[in-house]
Write a protein of this length. Sequence first.
Length: 38
Amino acid sequence: MLNYADCYLEKIELHEIGSFSTFTICIRLIINGVLNGV
């Protein structure tokens, strides 16, 4: 959850160019967390 919150805040900060790539990284981190059972 903390990683998701950090990603969300980072996505807001990078709302300009690169926000999509940051969002994609967030999704991958979330998926990895779920797979790891975190």
